[in-house]
Design a protein around this ligand. Sequence first.
Ligand SMILES: [Zn+2]
Ligand SMILES: [Zn+2]
Length: 236
Amino acid sequence: MLEEALAEPSAQPGRECVLCPPLRFRINAMAGLPGDPSVLARDRDFLLMPDVAPLADGHVLLVTREHHQCAGDFDARLWGRALRWRDRVSRLYRYAYGTGELLLFEHGPALSQGGGACIDHAHWHFLPGTPGVRDVVEECGLPGTPAEFAALRARFRTGRSYLLVEERGTATVHPGDGVRGQFLRWAVTAALGSAEPWRWQETFGLPGSRRCFLRTLRTLRRAAAALDGPPPCEHR
Ligand SMILES: [Zn+2]
Ligand SMILES: [Zn+2]
């Protein structure tokens, strides 16, 4: 069952998607990590939670509650909400790590597992700091253009995968067709000068990875409590 889940981490909307209920926290459970209690913040559209195989401290995912293939599949309202979440993550990072600088990346698949995607359900990766991922991507012969919402949407609608990178306050979209699986996770490890494996399947559940997940959760939970106050009581 483990192999089956890892070989097909994506699949269709609904039952088989590991970022949709009921499987949403199955990977966490496999790694002995908290599932729903690891959600740092949520609203009607998004969940913010640590990546199960963090590339660095502070690595979190912004995940849509409904199934969308990628952000190119968002409508204008959801895109606007996602950008507000980006700003919120920046505030959390400033409190937790002393810098509001962040890296945002997304592998936007036009096809299942296209565009170097790790999971075919819209999610933005965030890491504190700006390791220089755009430079690594461009050195691989994948030039960027300004990543307005319309640009992502046009790519998605015409069946082209994309790589979205926001770093140093500038967002660029790069061609994503034909790149290796989890290409952007690889680009981050290259930019960080890390010798760690980048594929999430290789690190999730290992002691170092679990410690990093739990440290990220503790640190950002404290930041969220300080900035946002305690979560509202749902029983009132
Ligand atoms: Zn899904
Ligand atoms: Zn991913």
